[in-house]
Design a protein around this ligand. Structure first.
Ligand code: DC
Length: 229
């Protein structure tokens, strides 16, 4: 079973992806974390994010892996755990920039397909899972929420971590990343034709989880009935 979760930044994709993977005992792949690890490799190599050829080379040579279970997912770069380091503002910005480079996307999409195909069941979250990485996914969700709500959630996360952030700066960052992720030429963020759209602006995480699980149960039921009839 392949479950795709796409949507803009701060829509709750990774929290819900983890919850669903845990509930159904599936592998969880946070593809945003892979773009972040790639961006960290580029920063460490001292390469400018505008030098597309050099960036593509660094990413092709980087060994990016995800380890552990959904709740304690470790993002590995060249054998080292970089889970914390990839959450800085610099990496957020750079990951959004390098993810517009087709060669970078090709490398990471291949890696994601490899990881997904090896597992017996998988939940992937990102921007292009249902449209490009696994267009044949069994279930596709598109999670979204009002921009202010997504910024408020991100700001709260930053505050809890005692990071230096303002709501205005967080909102501006979300707007910039949304624009870049949705307008790039290669695999822009868009809703797959057969995706189920959930707007979580006025919903709690548990309410969104219940809605998603209801869809999954219903689809599984249909599939089983199909086999029995
Ligand atoms: O989900 P995230 O914020 O951790 O992702 C970081 C960046 O990576 C995001 O700005 C866009 C890019 N990305 C992408 O282009 N395709 C994906 N499947 C996942 C993330």
């Amino acid at each position: 079973m392949i479950i795709a979760i796409d949507g803009p930044s701060g829509a709750g994709k990774s929290t819900l992806g983890r919850m669903i993977a845990r509930a159904l005992h599936l592998l969880y792949i946070d593809t945003g974390a892979m773009y972040r690890a790639a961006a960290l490799a580029v920063i460490r190599a001292g390469v400018s994010t505008t030098d597309e050829g050099a960036v593509a080379d660094v990413v092709a040579r980087a060994d990016i892996n995800l380890a552990g279970d959904p709740d304690s997912l470790q993002v590995m770069l060249n054998g080292r755990d970089v889970s914390e380091e990839i959450r800085t503002e610099e990496v957020s910005h750079s990951s959004s920039v390098i993810s517009t480079i087709p060669e970078v996307r090709r490398t990471l999409v291949n890696r994601q397909r490899e990881m997904g195909n090896r597992a017996s069941g998988v939940v992937l979250d990102g921007r292009d899972i249902g449209t490009v990485v696994f267009p044949q996914a069994d279930i596709k969700f598109f999670l979204t929420a009002a921009t202010e709500e997504r910024a408020a959630r991100r700001y709260e996360e930053e505050r809890v971590k005692e990071r230096d952030a303002t709501f205005e700066a967080t909102l501006a960052d979300i707007n910039t990343r949304d624009r870049r992720d949705s307008t790039r030429d290669d695999s822009p963020l868009r809703i797959a034709d057969d995706a189920i759209v959930i707007d979580s602006t006025k919903l709690s995480i548990d309410e969104v989880f219940e809605r998603m699980m209801a869809v999954i149960r219903e689809r599984n039921m249909d599939a089983r009935e199909g086999i029995n009839s």
